[in-house]
Design a protein around this ligand. Structure first.
Ligand code: 13P
Length: 252
């Protein structure tokens, strides 16, 4: 049985007060949720302790927290960076790595992303590696080649024993924040391909969950998550509303 994960990516949104309200709304809305579904929320890193505390205040211990990025370095003179070990120290469980917005606006390369994945794993965080093609790459018929390269390069040198901590998120760039989700069939086809690419890296890697992100809404989540190779979702805009995010978790 592969893990099932529904994760919220708040991106650059939120305050301490928002985190408190969110936790108070999310925890009761998740009551009775299938315990096999893992739920994680990734606020901006500075809000991680406040969110963790608010979740605990609401007895929301089953909701895990994490960060949206980690440094490729462990410590030292890297102003503004946050190390994976610091996120773990603040009770983070997950780190989104290689999001297309970081690839685009911070020019993150596959090799830099690989260094971040290895940092996350050695700090005890579960990396959620984001991969996905742009609209132009899809139109050129390059989707499979692009995601294969991203998987191969970003997950190079993952120790065999760590595969159970790795998660991949397929986020087609053209579907992020556009309201234009991939169809369940389009997503399923790429997820199956990603699973094959994982298997080429290491047979143990085929058990890594592959989740879908890109304009997932409560109304579209059920059909997406019902696909055989879609193991959950990474939710942006809709995750900012705790009630909508809980509804998406229920579809997981
Ligand atoms: O980028 C995403 C999650 O990481 C998806 O964002 P949206 O759900 O807003 O399209």
């Amino acid at each position: 049985m592969r893990r099932r994960l529904i994760a919220a990516n708040w991106k650059l949104n939120g305050t301490g007060a928002f985190a408190a309200e969110y936790a108070a709304e999310l925890v009761p809305a998740l009551e009775g949720l299938d315990p096999a579904v893992e739920v994680a929320v990734m606020p901006p890193a500075i809000l991680l302790p406040a969110l963790r505390e608010s979740l605990n205040d609401n007895s929301g211990r089953r909701v895990m927290v994490g960060v949206q990025d980690v440094s490729a370095w462990e410590a030292g003179a890297y102003t503004g960076e946050i190390a994976a070990s610091m996120a773990a120290d603040q009770h983070g469980s997950f780190a989104i790595i290689g999001h297309s917005e970081r690839r685009q606006y911070w020019s993150e390369s596959d090799s830099r992303i690989n260094a971040k994945v290895l940092q996350a794993l050695s700090a005890g965080l579960d990396p959620i590696l984001c991969v996905g093609e742009t609209e132009a790459e899809r139109e050129a018929g390059d989707t499979e080649a692009v995601v294969s390269r991203q998987v191969r390069e970003a997950l190079a040198d993952v120790p065999e024993a760590d595969w159970r901590h790795v998660c991949v998120a397929y986020e087609p760039v053209w579907a992020i924040g556009t309201g234009k989700s991939a169809t369940a069939e389009q997503a399923q086809a790429v997820h199956a391909h990603i699973r094959g690419a994982l298997g080429e890296l290491d047979p143990a890697a085929t058990e890594a969950p592959v989740i879908y992100g890109g304009s997932v809404k409560p109304e579209t989540a059920g059909e997406l998550f019902a696909q055989p190779d879609i193991d959950g979702g990474l939710i942006g805009g809709a995750s900012l509303n705790a009630t909508d995010f809980a509804a998406i978790c229920r579809a997981g």
